[in-house]
Design a protein around this ligand. Structure first.
Ligand code: ZN
Length: 119
């Protein structure tokens, strides 16, 4: 009887963990798009140009200080190589970090952002 109870408890815990932990299963680039699939069986397909323009790093999107002033790095001129990817590095299970051909690589795209940008 005790054994059965323990077993039920274990499977209950596993199902909670699975439903709360959304993670990135796979990602790949195809032509001018990035494809990301998630553990909830959904997919994001995002044009690389949109991805780069929505880069969340402090240089691209700026940082707001305690007084609400927005600080941005020097505006970089984007060119064709800014929208091409050399490689992508996974960041834990929740994000990806693209290495752009113009040398930029500080932006980390989280699952939330990837889902938001998906067409
Ligand atoms: Zn950036």
């Amino acid at each position: 009887m005790i054994k059965i109870f323990t077993h039920i408890l274990e499977s209950f815990q596993i199902s909670i963990t699975m439903s709360n932990n959304l993670f990135i299963k796979e990602f790949e680039t195809m032509n001018d798009f990035i494809l990301v699939s998630f553990s909830d069986e959904t997919e994001s397909i995002i044009p690389l140009e949109i991805l780069r323009k929505k880069c969340p790093c402090a240089d691209c999107s700026g940082e707001v200080d305690a007084l609400g002033n927005l600080y941005k790095g020097p505006t970089k001129k984007l060119n064709d190589s800014s929208f091409q990817i050399n490689g992508i590095q996974p960041v834990g299970y929740y994000g990806i970090r693209p290495f752009w051909k113009d040398g930029h690589s500080t932006g980390i795209f989280t699952i939330e952002l990837l889902k938001e940008l998906s067409e």
